[in-house]
Design a protein around this ligand. Structure first.
Ligand code: ADP
Ligand code: MG
Length: 372
């Protein structure tokens, strides 16, 4: 028997969740009014810098922290509601959770580690053996049942922890920076395995990370968090290419900003008056005429050339500040007036070389200017 699609997975629904911690006599807000859905079978990621409230949100859903306000549902089932005085204890939520600082029990074997949650639930030994084999097969650890914890690699230990979280067939999976203990290469491999496992199981998953590559690579939907609130949500592609907020734009990858004012719309284009001159972006509902904006461009969309490009709309002149060979690309910084633009290309330039910079209008994002 396989775990795959044996039953419908619930939607996680979080409504106006708030939580402060008491520190001495002060209440320090950690989560401020978070509203979020994880649709049935999908993986949603909370992405944000350290301290923005990701773990607190997750722990409230698991029932390990008591929220100050708001509601939490798995499908129609309320797990927490301040208004209705509901707070279901964690052991009745049937949640699989992997913590940031996960650990396997070093004195136990792989089998014993994974079997533990089933022993706590007093399943018969035959059924335990069956379920453990099944879940070890899922995470690719079959054959290592008798191996003691300390004789496993970091990636294998991580898979034991994941197997332990899955073995009792939780309704939802909550993962808090589960890859942060792994070194870069293993992290990438386990990330791909995790993604494929989540898809195969179709288990509703809320994933927490501060790593934008992890969020982009794993998620159906990314929710960007800052200072206890969700800034914006969307598919990885949407958020990367068309963020609504400068914070999202810069948190999801390298970007250069040029501030300016959105002027009139001319046909399909919006004119933006900047310190680098007049630039053009595609007409966008966000670019309100007369409003201060920031124009943003990703380094892979900044083209550099020694000759003036023809038939290009946004052509600027700049001076090379740095040009660095990085193997798969050359990373270049070019000063254009008071602004420095980052460009990825395949050509090395010399310091102080004068060259042309061009940006296609479709790659020039317009975002509201942040006050302050
Ligand atoms: N047990 C706690 N007691 C007091 N403050 C806490 C506690 N846990 C977290 N915080 C504070 O709450 C805020 C959010 O923390 P956390 O949810 O852990 O953020 P993240 O997981 O995004 O790094 C931070 O300011 C953190 O210092
Ligand atoms: Mg955390």
């Amino acid at each position: 028997m396989s775990q795959t699609h044996t039953r419908p997975m619930p939607t996680i629904r979080v409504i106006k969740l708030s939580k402060s911690y008491r520190v001495g006599r002060q209440a320090v807000p950690a989560v401020r009014g978070v509203t979020l859905d994880v649709p049935d079978g999908k993986i949603v990621t909370l992405l944000g810098p350290s301290g923005c409230g990701k773990s607190t949100t997750l722990r409230c859903i698991a029932g390990l922290e008591r929220p100050d306000d708001g509601e939490i549902f798995f499908d129609q089932r309320p797990l927490f509601s301040r208004a209705r005085g509901i707070a279901v204890p964690p052991e009745q939520r049937n949640v699989g959770m992997v913590f940031q600082s996960y650990a396997i029990w070093p004195h136990l074997t792989v089998f014993q580690n994974v079997a533990y949650p089933l022993q706590v639930r007093r399943l018969p030994p035959r059924q335990i053996a069956e379920r453990v084999r099944e879940v070890l097969a899922l995470v690719g650890l079959l054959g290592l049942e008798d191996r003691p914890g300390p004789y496993l690699s970091g990636g294998q230990q991580q898979r034991v922890v994941l197997a332990r979280a899955l073995v009792y067939r939780p309704d939802v999976l909550l993962l808090d920076e589960p890859l942060s203990n792994l070194d870069a290469k293993v992290r990438e491999q386990v990330r791909e395995e995790l993604r494929s496992l989540q898809r195969r199981l179709g288990i509703t998953t809320l994933y927490v990370t501060h790593d934008q590559l992890e969020a982009l690579g794993l998620s159906d939907v990314v929710a960007v968090m800052q200072a206890g609130g969700i800034v914006e949500m969307g598919s990885p592609q949407e958020l990367y290419a068309r963020p609504a907020h400068p914070f999202t734009a810069s948190f999801l990858g390298e970007i250069s900003f040029i501030s300016g004012t959105a002027a009139s719309a001319d046909g399909d284009m919006v004119e933006v008056l900047t310190s680098c001159g007049l630039l053009h972006s595609l007409r966008s509902e966000r670019a309100l005429a007369g409003k201060p904006v920031v124009a943003g461009v990703r380094p892979e969309h900044v083209r550099l050339s020694r000759d003036r490009p023809r038939d290009q709309t946004n052509v600027l002149e700049g001076t090379v500040v740095s040009s660095l060979f990085e193997g798969t690309r050359v990373k270049c910084r070019v000063a254009v007036g008071e602004v420095t633009l980052l460009a990825y290309g395949d050509e090395l330039f010399t310091l102080n070389e004068r060259l042309y910079v061009s940006i296609e209008p479709k790659h020039l994002m317009l975002l509201p200017h942040l006050a302050g």
